[in-house]
Design a protein around this ligand. Structure first.
Ligand code: ADP
Ligand code: MG
Length: 145
């Protein structure tokens, strides 16, 4: 299924992320695409707040991965901006999170095409004029939110 949303503010993008998160289950991989400043981190912030976690989600640009624990699962938020090879990806611990009980959000999935399979849910954010953003969600399974 494919769905497209248009947002007009960061808050609206966070709200779409929060609502989207209600459809996720452990093992899901959310591959995020879009330029710097598109709103990928805002979307993930909303999603993690949607899981009921009361933490402020910031960009893992320098840490590469931030981990959030909730009662039933863990959430890994990756920023692959600086990742360019399978070896570098391996060193981030990425493969340890493919344990079926984690939910992964991966910013800059453009950089690791070899690690994103057909099971992934793809979220692509494009900038429009001013604060307008187009958020496209492609999912191999039907997700309702
Ligand atoms: P990315 O992770 O894609 O680099 P961020 O979420 O860190 O993007 O930043 C998005 C920036 O764009 C923020 O400064 C935010 O305030 C701004 N912004 C303006 N309009 C929107 C919108 N509709 N959705 C999300 N962010 C927006
Ligand atoms: Mg970001």
């Amino acid at each position: 299924m494919e769905r497209i949303f248009t947002t007009f503010s960061q808050l609206e993008t966070e709200e779409i992320g929060a609502s989207f998160s209600s459809a996720l289950i452990p093992g899901d991989i959310v591959a995020m695409y879009g330029d710097l400043g598109a709103g990928k981190t805002a979307f993930v912030r909303g999603a993690i707040q949607g899981f009921g976690m009361d933490t402020y989600v910031s960009s893992p640009t320098f840490s590469i991965v931030n981990e959030y624990l909730c009662p039933e699962c863990r959430v890994a938020h990756f920023d692959m901006y600086r990742i360019g090879s399978e070896e570098e990806l391996y060193n981030t611990g990425f493969y340890d999170y493919l344990d079926g009980r984690s939910i992964l959000f991966i910013e800059w999935s453009e950089n690791i095409p070899f690690a994103i399979d057909d099971e992934a849910i793809r979220v692509t954010i494009e900038k429009g004029e001013g604060d307008i953003r187009y958020i496209r969600i492609d999912s191999p399974r039907d997700i309702e939110f």
